[in-house]
Design a binder for this molecule. Structure first.
Ligand code: 4NP
Length: 174
Protein backbone atom coordinates (compact mmCIF):
# COMPACT_ATOMS: atom_id res chain seq x y z
CA UNK A 1 0.00 0.00 0.00
CA UNK A 2 1.30 3.51 -0.79
CA UNK A 3 2.00 6.18 1.83
CA UNK A 4 -0.76 8.33 0.34
CA UNK A 5 -3.41 5.62 0.66
CA UNK A 6 -2.14 4.77 4.18
CA UNK A 7 -2.50 8.45 5.16
CA UNK A 8 -5.98 8.54 3.63
CA UNK A 9 -7.02 5.44 5.59
CA UNK A 10 -5.60 6.91 8.81
CA UNK A 11 -7.39 10.22 8.14
CA UNK A 12 -10.68 8.34 7.65
CA UNK A 13 -10.14 6.32 10.81
CA UNK A 14 -9.39 9.44 12.91
CA UNK A 15 -12.41 11.25 11.38
CA UNK A 16 -14.73 8.39 12.31
CA UNK A 17 -13.33 8.23 15.85
CA UNK A 18 -13.73 11.99 16.29
CA UNK A 19 -17.47 11.48 15.82
CA UNK A 20 -17.72 8.44 18.04
CA UNK A 21 -19.01 8.25 21.64
CA UNK A 22 -16.25 5.88 22.68
CA UNK A 23 -12.55 5.81 21.78
CA UNK A 24 -10.66 2.61 22.63
CA UNK A 25 -6.87 2.84 22.39
CA UNK A 26 -4.24 0.17 23.02
CA UNK A 27 -0.57 1.21 23.29
CA UNK A 28 1.95 -1.49 22.38
CA UNK A 29 5.72 -1.92 22.71
CA UNK A 30 8.09 -4.89 22.90
CA UNK A 31 8.10 -5.56 26.66
CA UNK A 32 5.12 -3.55 28.04
CA UNK A 33 7.28 -2.49 31.00
CA UNK A 34 8.77 0.80 29.72
CA UNK A 35 7.20 2.72 26.82
CA UNK A 36 3.63 1.43 26.49
CA UNK A 37 2.70 1.43 30.22
CA UNK A 38 4.07 4.99 30.35
CA UNK A 39 1.96 5.94 27.29
CA UNK A 40 -1.03 4.27 28.99
CA UNK A 41 -0.50 6.24 32.25
CA UNK A 42 0.17 9.55 30.48
CA UNK A 43 -2.90 9.14 28.21
CA UNK A 44 -5.06 8.42 31.28
CA UNK A 45 -3.72 11.65 32.84
CA UNK A 46 -4.42 13.70 29.67
CA UNK A 47 -7.96 12.33 29.41
CA UNK A 48 -8.61 12.97 33.14
CA UNK A 49 -7.28 16.51 32.84
CA UNK A 50 -9.86 17.13 30.08
CA UNK A 51 -12.64 15.41 32.08
CA UNK A 52 -13.14 12.86 29.26
CA UNK A 53 -12.72 9.58 31.21
CA UNK A 54 -16.07 8.15 30.14
CA UNK A 55 -15.28 8.55 26.43
CA UNK A 56 -11.84 6.94 26.46
CA UNK A 57 -10.83 3.35 27.15
CA UNK A 58 -7.05 2.96 27.37
CA UNK A 59 -4.79 -0.04 27.91
CA UNK A 60 -1.33 -1.28 26.93
CA UNK A 61 0.30 -4.58 25.98
CA UNK A 62 3.50 -6.27 24.80
CA UNK A 63 4.38 -8.03 21.57
CA UNK A 64 6.86 -10.19 23.59
CA UNK A 65 6.01 -12.42 26.55
CA UNK A 66 9.06 -12.07 28.84
CA UNK A 67 7.55 -9.73 31.44
CA UNK A 68 3.91 -10.87 31.64
CA UNK A 69 2.58 -10.16 35.18
CA UNK A 70 5.31 -7.60 35.98
CA UNK A 71 4.84 -3.99 37.04
CA UNK A 72 6.62 -1.41 34.84
CA UNK A 73 10.43 -1.25 34.97
CA UNK A 74 11.53 0.52 38.19
CA UNK A 75 13.51 3.10 36.16
CA UNK A 76 10.41 4.05 34.16
CA UNK A 77 8.38 4.27 37.37
CA UNK A 78 11.00 6.49 39.04
CA UNK A 79 11.26 8.87 36.08
CA UNK A 80 7.46 8.95 35.86
CA UNK A 81 7.11 9.75 39.58
CA UNK A 82 9.31 12.81 39.12
CA UNK A 83 6.67 14.13 36.69
CA UNK A 84 3.73 13.20 38.92
CA UNK A 85 2.76 9.85 37.34
CA UNK A 86 2.25 6.54 39.10
CA UNK A 87 2.73 3.85 36.41
CA UNK A 88 1.32 0.57 37.73
CA UNK A 89 0.00 -1.28 34.70
CA UNK A 90 0.56 -5.05 34.97
CA UNK A 91 2.26 -6.39 31.84
CA UNK A 92 0.23 -8.48 29.44
CA UNK A 93 0.77 -9.69 25.90
CA UNK A 94 -1.29 -8.56 22.89
CA UNK A 95 -4.10 -11.02 22.07
CA UNK A 96 -6.14 -11.53 18.92
CA UNK A 97 -9.29 -10.24 20.67
CA UNK A 98 -7.56 -6.83 21.07
CA UNK A 99 -8.24 -6.26 17.37
CA UNK A 100 -11.99 -6.49 18.12
CA UNK A 101 -11.82 -4.59 21.39
CA UNK A 102 -9.76 -1.53 20.32
CA UNK A 103 -10.23 1.12 17.61
CA UNK A 104 -6.60 2.23 17.50
CA UNK A 105 -3.59 0.03 18.25
CA UNK A 106 -0.55 2.28 18.56
CA UNK A 107 2.94 0.79 18.20
CA UNK A 108 5.91 2.64 19.69
CA UNK A 109 8.36 1.74 16.90
CA UNK A 110 8.46 0.16 13.44
CA UNK A 111 9.13 -3.31 14.82
CA UNK A 112 6.06 -3.16 17.04
CA UNK A 113 3.98 -1.88 14.12
CA UNK A 114 5.08 -4.62 11.72
CA UNK A 115 4.54 -7.34 14.35
CA UNK A 116 1.06 -5.99 15.07
CA UNK A 117 0.18 -5.79 11.36
CA UNK A 118 1.24 -9.42 10.97
CA UNK A 119 -1.03 -10.41 13.88
CA UNK A 120 -4.08 -8.50 12.60
CA UNK A 121 -6.81 -11.03 11.70
CA UNK A 122 -8.36 -8.92 8.88
CA UNK A 123 -7.36 -6.10 6.53
CA UNK A 124 -9.71 -3.80 8.40
CA UNK A 125 -7.86 -4.65 11.61
CA UNK A 126 -4.51 -3.90 9.94
CA UNK A 127 -5.72 -0.33 9.38
CA UNK A 128 -6.14 0.11 13.16
CA UNK A 129 -2.38 -0.30 13.68
CA UNK A 130 -0.71 3.10 13.76
CA UNK A 131 2.83 4.21 14.70
CA UNK A 132 3.07 6.54 17.72
CA UNK A 133 5.29 8.72 15.50
CA UNK A 134 2.08 9.79 13.70
CA UNK A 135 1.36 11.96 16.74
CA UNK A 136 4.88 13.33 17.28
CA UNK A 137 5.54 16.87 16.06
CA UNK A 138 9.27 16.47 16.24
CA UNK A 139 10.87 16.03 12.83
CA UNK A 140 13.79 14.24 14.52
CA UNK A 141 11.89 11.22 15.87
CA UNK A 142 10.29 8.57 13.67
CA UNK A 143 9.63 6.31 16.68
CA UNK A 144 9.59 6.29 20.48
CA UNK A 145 13.02 4.69 21.00
CA UNK A 146 13.42 1.67 23.28
CA UNK A 147 15.01 2.93 26.56
CA UNK A 148 15.67 -0.53 28.07
CA UNK A 149 19.44 -0.52 27.46
CA UNK A 150 19.76 3.27 27.82
CA UNK A 151 20.53 5.57 30.72
CA UNK A 152 18.38 8.22 32.39
CA UNK A 153 18.30 10.38 29.21
CA UNK A 154 16.62 7.52 27.32
CA UNK A 155 13.77 7.38 29.86
CA UNK A 156 13.40 11.18 29.94
CA UNK A 157 13.26 11.28 26.14
CA UNK A 158 10.51 8.62 26.13
CA UNK A 159 8.48 10.70 28.61
CA UNK A 160 9.00 13.92 26.61
CA UNK A 161 7.84 12.24 23.38
CA UNK A 162 4.88 10.50 25.03
CA UNK A 163 3.63 13.63 26.81
CA UNK A 164 3.65 15.50 23.53
CA UNK A 165 2.27 12.59 21.47
CA UNK A 166 -0.60 11.80 23.89
CA UNK A 167 -1.71 15.45 23.95
CA UNK A 168 -1.65 15.53 20.12
CA UNK A 169 -3.61 12.26 19.95
CA UNK A 170 -6.20 13.69 22.34
CA UNK A 171 -6.50 16.93 20.33
CA UNK A 172 -6.80 15.12 17.01
CA UNK A 173 -9.75 13.11 18.32
CA UNK A 174 -11.57 15.98 20.07
P1 4NP B 1 9.63 -1.66 26.28
O1 4NP B 1 11.16 -1.91 26.67
O2 4NP B 1 9.38 -2.40 24.98
O3 4NP B 1 9.55 -0.18 26.12
O4 4NP B 1 8.81 -2.21 27.44
C1 4NP B 1 11.73 -3.19 26.76
C2 4NP B 1 11.50 -3.96 27.88
C3 4NP B 1 12.10 -5.22 28.01
C4 4NP B 1 12.90 -5.68 26.99
C5 4NP B 1 13.12 -4.92 25.85
C6 4NP B 1 12.53 -3.67 25.74
N1 4NP B 1 13.53 -6.95 27.11
O5 4NP B 1 14.33 -7.31 26.23
O6 4NP B 1 13.28 -7.68 28.10
Amino acid sequence: MTTTSNNKKLGELLDSLRNSDKIRVLFVCLGNICRSPAADGIMHAVVERHGAETRWEIDSAATGGWHVGDLPDERMRAHGRRRGYDFRHVCRQVRTSDFDNYDLIIGMDDNNVSNLRRMAPTLEDTAKVVPMATFLDSRHYYAVPDPYYEGAEGFELVLDLLEQGCETLYNRLS
